[in-house]
Structure formats: structure tokens, C-alpha cells
Design a binder for this molecule. Structure first.
Ligand code: LLP
Length: 421
């Protein structure tokens, strides 16, 4: 369920007509629905009740500070993977004790930043990182709360570029070695073990791999407790998928996911943390674009949009499907036509869809990419010196630009010409 619906034949974000935003902001732009973000966050908190829990939004999926403030004000925690993301969470007013720090390559500077300003826990991914964190924390006279991210060697059955829980992936500590590393962690100065962390991948549409991983985490928790460790938190990562194609069968819902967590881990008397990104942000956003040209090619027709792979890279990078819809709905039964939907960037990979059946669109018409809230704006670049795509937030009948499109002067002012040239 999202809040991007047609009213009187015109696509709206909540109560705001998309063409009204386009007239003010220009295209392309992302627009997010506050009601959808709020609802999706609540689905998780409801699904995990009455277990003690914290839903830590994976801010890599959508990191605009206004969105983080919306979720943070509702009590959400944040999962960050860099000093930059940590700063964003803090700028949104989220206290350090609701921020978990994930990622395989945390630097000493990032550790110092989080230890100075407050952190709930570091999810440590390797022995060298554990030793570095111990040194940094001890040198500051602080104690770093940690979990170890274990790699359960489970196939998440998702796209290979976003599967993280197999032994050949760079993530986590092999689960078979975990007890040994926990023993070292317990001996190190400046380190306090608080729990176990796992994250097996993204866009999972089946609960079985989660259940396999959580079952292994359960066994490990019991073994670690027998070894004398205090395991009071389990961070179960993110990864629950969303339906990118509306007509397809819907993936499991947060309620199903929550019920499975309660069944597998509910008796352990732990606080459960989860790190959902896509399920909160994905269907909360769309990318709106205009048709620049309709070009008749050989045996195919191209819809050339003003959005490109630099604005939404997922189709080009993962072969991902996004539903594309006209902003002004045609009359029922209007003819459709197969289009190759492309952007203006100078490479063939700048293709959003091939042979997509769409209404007969013309120059200047607006289209929307659905399910673009997650891993959309955050993965955008200025390739081809195309200004970073702006972001808009809608709440009821209000809308505001929450990241403006940079001017060409701003873009060019970032480059400097050395005096010796
Ligand atoms: N926790 C950790 C440690 C992660 O690495 C990730 C995602 C998440 C949580 C959130 O996963 P989610 O609930 O959003 O599935 N750019 C790719 C997705 C990369 C996901 C990376 N890690 C895409 O566009 O599909």
C-alpha cells in the first residue's frame, strides 16, 4: 500500500498532484510520501510487538535528513555504514543510543566520531576491525558496545550483487569461527560484547533463508551464553523485499516476518533489532520524468526521457524492473505501444526498459517510475554533468523540496584549476 494514486485521472502523491510539483520543481525529481514512510515503519514495530525491539532504518536506502527526521521523531533507530551517514542521523536529531554502525571497512576516524558523539553498538565484521576498535576505544578511555556480524553461509536467493550471507561474500565472520572471535572480544580492553548481528542480503522475497540464518543465530546465542558471554541483543539485519511489479505475487509481509522472528527467537529474552531499508523507503517514493522525444528507430520506438541512469541506476546496474506509468492516465481501453524507455546519457546501458507497453506518450508528457524511493536518489550521480536530481517530500496537501537541484555554477565551482596549469 502506498499513497501514489490517481485522482481524477492524475497521479497524486497523497493530496498533491504530481504536475503541480513538476511545474514548480522541474523534472526529473524524486517525490516521497510521508504517510507511506510512516506506515511502513509502523508495520515493523507492530510486527515485532510485544518483543522488546528497535527498528533501525537502513539509511543507505534513502538518507535525506528530512526523511530521517520524520522516522526518528517516531522513535526509529538508524543503521549507518559511514561517518557521513552517522552525521546525517545525528543532524536529523536521532540520539547516538539509537544508532547502530554497520559496514566492513569502518575507519578509526569513524570509530572516534561515533564513540565521541554516542553509539548504540558497532556491528563488527572482522578481527582486524575488532582490534582497531579496541585500540581506539581504550585510547579514549571509552567502552565500545559491540556485536559481531556473523556470516551464516545461507543462500539468500536474491540478485548476486546484493546477496551477503554466503561464505564467499566479504561480509561478517564465518559462523563456525564466531566463538573463537567472541572469546578474543571478551579479553580486549575497551570492548563490551552485547549481542550478535546477521544480515544475509537484500530484496529477499522468501522467508526461508531468513529462518535458516536466524536458526543458526539462535544456536550460536545459546553456545555463546554457555561460554559465559552476555548476549542481550540480536540484530537481524534488513532485507525484506518489495513487489516491484504490481501484478506479481506479493512477497511476505512484515507481519509474517515478525511472526517468524517471534517463533524462532522469541524465547531467548533478547532485544531484537532489525535494519529494514527498502521495505520502508522503496514504495514511499517515485521518480518523475518528462518525455523529451519519441524517436522512431528500426523496428522499435524509443521514449527518450529527461531522467537517466545517473538519476536511477538500478535498471542499468542490476537489470532491475520498475513499473513506469503515465502521470495523466489514459481513458480505459486507450491503445498502448511497446517502447524502449531510455535516458539521454551517452551509453547503451542507459536503458530503463525494453519493449515496455505504455500509453501513446508524446513530447512533454510526464511519467513516473514506481518503487523508486529506495536506492534511487542515494545512488544518483552527476555523470554527464547532469545536476543531482532533487528530492521532494509530501505530507497531506503540503510539499517541500528537501534537496534542491544544484545550479551549474555550484557544480562547476567544485572543480578547481591548479595555479601551475
Ligand atoms: N543492513 C545491512 C547491513 C545492509 O547491508 C543492508 C543493505 C540493509 C541493512 C538494508 O537492506 P534492505 O532492507 O534495504 O534490503 N543497491 C541495492 C541494494 C543494496 C543493499 C545493501 N545493503 C539495490 O538497489 O537493490
Amino acid at each position: 500500500m502506498d499513497h501514489f494514486l490517481y485522482k481524477g485521472g492524475i497521479l497524486h502523491a497523497e493530496d498533491v498532484a504530481i504536475p503541480d510539483i513538476a511545474a514548480q520543481v522541474g523534472t526529473p525529481f524524486y517525490v516521497y510520501s510521508a504517510a507511506t514512510l510512516t506506515r511502513h515503519y509502523q508495520l515493523f514495530t507492530e510486527a515485532l510487538s510485544p518483543l522488546p525491539h528497535l527498528v533501525c532504518f537502513a539509511i543507505k536506502s534513502l538518507s535525506n535528513v528530512a526523511v530521517l527526521k520524520l522516522l526518528g521523531d517516531m522513535g526509529a533507530g538508524m543503521d549507518v555504514v559511514s561517518g557521513g551517514e552517522y552525521r546525517r542521523a545525528r543532524a536529523a536529531g536521532v540520539p547516538g543510543d539509537r544508532i547502530v554502525f554497520s559496514g566492513v571497512g569502518k575507519t578509526r576516524d569513524e570509530m572516534r566520531l561515533a564513540l565521541t558523539d554516542g553509539i548504540r553498538q558497532f556491528n563488527v565484521e572482522s578481527e582486524p576491525e575488532l582490534r582497531a576498535l579496541s585500540e581506539v576505544a581504550a585510547s579514549m578511555g571509552r567502552t565500545a558496545p559491540i556485536t559481531l556480524r556473523v556470516n551464516p553461509d545461507v543462500d539468500a536467493k536474491t540478485h548476486e550483487k546484493i546477496a551477503t550471507g554466503k561464505s564467499e561474500n566479504k561480509f561478517g565472520i564465518p559462523i563456525a569461527k564466531a566463538r573463537e572471535v567472541y572469546a578474543e572480544a571478551a579479553r580486549l580492553p575497551g570492548i563490551e560484547v552485547v549481542g550478535v548481528d546477521v544480515h544475509i542480503g537484500s530484496q529477499l522475497t522468501d522467508l526461508a533463508p531468513f529462518e535458516a540464518a536466524f536458526t543458526k543465530v539462535r544456536e550460536l546465542t545459546l553456545a555463546l551464553r554457555a561460554d559465559g558471554h552476555v548476549i542481550r541483543r540480536l540484530d537481524l539485519g534488513g532485507g525484506l523485499g518489495i513487489p516491484y511489479t504490481r501484478s506479481n505475487e506479493a512477497p511476505p509481509l512484515p507481519t509474517d516476518y515478525g511472526a517468524m522472528i517471534k517463533r524462532v527467537l522469541g524465547d531467548l529474552e533478547v532485544e531484537v533489532e532489525i535494519e529494514p531499508g527498502r521495505l520502508i523507503s522503496g514504495n514511499s517514493g517515485i521518480l518523475v520524468s518528462s518525455v523529451i522525444y519519441v524517436k522512431n528507430g528500426e523496428g522499435r520506438d524509443f521514449l527518450i526521457l529527461d531522467a537517466a541512469m545517473n538519476d536511477l541506476v538500478r535498471p542499468s546496474m542490476y537489470g532491475a524492473h520498475h513499473d513506469i506509468v503515465p502521470v495523466v492516465e489514459g481513458a480505459p481501453g486507450s491503445p498502448t505501444h511497446p517502447f524502449d524507455v531510455v535516458g539521454p546519457v551517452c551509453e547503451t546501458g542507459d536503458t530503463f526498459a525494453k519493449g515496455r507497453e505504455l500509453a501513446l506518450l508524446a513530447e512533454g508528457d510526464l511519467v513516473a517510475f514506481r518503487s523508486a524511493g529506495a536506492y534511487g536518489a542515494v545512488m544518483a550521480s552527476e555523470y554527464n554533468t547532469r545536476p543531482l536530481v532533487p528530492e521532494v517530500l509530501v505530507k497531506g496537501d503540503h510539499f517541500a523540496v528537501i534537496r534542491a537541484r544544484p545550479s551549474f555554477d555550484e557544480i562547476l565551482s567544485r572543480d578547481t584549476i591548479p595555479a601551475w596549469l
